[in-house]
Design a protein around this ligand. Structure first.
Ligand code: ADE
Ligand code: ZN
Length: 345
């Protein structure tokens, strides 16, 4: 759709009102410090931090691994199916407030089975919250299970085996955690099995890792979307491949700043990705840790890069087109998007 120009001072309002899909957020990364303390209290646990503010002050990271270490501490308070439900319900209420119509939520079971929980406790809690959010907020939410790439192929196969009785509650499979040193090829066989089982496939690649990891996520794992992918900018042939094949990138600008992938938002390459014809999207990754939910990612990135209303429409259209919704549902999302832009004054 060709969009009328919007004055820069009105853009934040449009960005907030615009319907959108969120395709890259880790549900454990939506655990706000307040909820961490609440869950610790009801599960009779004490944390290493005396209060909410001291925990929040610890959220300073030099790289992905720094973040993953503290993120792991937060996950230890999740003990019951209700804990997983409450965490997911809180995220979906927040996403609804940001006009998210469709959310594909990352989770992993390996963190929690490592804490002695059964994988079914995780999946059933998350899934029940997704079902209830449809009725409560009209938001369509589905689940993508990520393997943790710092663990072994054998452990990924075990995690897959454990969720097969719950197959219908999971739309896709992803790959997350420490990227450098754990290339996609390590998971070639388990991804091939997931493909046979009919799961949709995505993978984190090119967040901190090299463009070669994006090539192998596409050619070896055969994923449909790349999570992050910002390092593709260093490889012109890869940029052409992503653009020509309309392979979506789920970009997370505030995450990239917090984890020092870029020095500052004004240095972010999202605008260059869009100019190159790549189907980029904006997402929050781990909003409780990185300074904001999806609308905060939109408004700060647009302010820093001077992006336009046309690019706002494109980013939202990309998010719906790249989602795993049925084509008829995608068409309804795009109609709502166009309606929002037509009536915005
Ligand atoms: N797990 C949670 N957030 C992540 C990220 N940004 N990259 C890789 N794994 C993650
Ligand atoms: Zn991520």
């Amino acid at each position: 759709m060709k969009v009328k120009p919007v004055a820069p001072d009105r853009l934040p309002e449009l960005l907030r009102a615009m319907p959108k899909a969120e395709l890259h957020m880790h549900i454990e990364g939506s655990l706000e410090p307040e909820l961490i303390f609440q869950l610790a209290g009801r599960n009779g646990m004490t944390l290493d931090y005396p209060d909410v503010e001291s925990l929040r002050r610890a959220y300073v990271f030099n790289n992905l691994q720094d973040f993953l270490d503290i993120y792991h501490t937060g996950t230890t308070v999740l003990r019951t199916e209700q804990d997983f439900y409450d965490m997911t319900h809180a995220y979906l209420a927040r996403a609804h407030a940001d006009n998210v119509l469709h959310a594909e939520i990352f989770f992993d079971t390996q963190t929690h089975t490592g804490h002695g929980l059964d994988a079914s406790v995780v999946v059933n809690g998350l899934h029940r919250a997704c079902v209830d959010a449809q009725a409560a907020f009209g938001i369509n939410a589905s689940l993508i299970m990520c393997f943790l790439r710092h663990l072994s192929e054998r452990e990924a196969f075990e995690a897959l085996e454990q969720v097969l009785p719950l197959r219908e509650k999971i739309v896709g499979i992803g790959l997350a955690s420490s990227e450098v040193g754990h290339p996609p090829e390590k998971f070639a066989r388990v991804f091939a099995r997931c493909r046979e089982l009919g799961f949709r496939l995505v993978a984190h690649a090119g967040e901190e890792g090299p463009p070669a990891y994006i090539w192998s996520a596409l050619d070896v794992l055969k994923v449909e979307r790349i999570d992050h992918g910002v390092q593709a900018i260093h490889d012109p042939a890869l940029m052409r491949r992503l653009a020509d094949a309309r392979i979506a990138l789920t970009v997370c600008p505030l995450s990239n700043i917090k984890l020092c992938v870029f020095d500052d938002l004004s240095q972010h390459n999202l605008g260059r990705m869009l100019d190159a014809g790549i189907a980029a999207t904006i997402n929050s990754d781990d909003p409780a840790y990185f300074g904001g939910y999806i609308n905060e990612n939109f408004t700060q990135t647009f302010a820093a890069l001077g992006l336009s209303a046309q690019q706002a429409w494109q980013l939202s259209a990309n998010s719906f087109n790249a989602s795993f919704a049925d084509d008829s549902v995608k068409r309804r999302y795009l109609e709502r998007l166009n309606g929002c832009f037509e009536t915005f004054r």
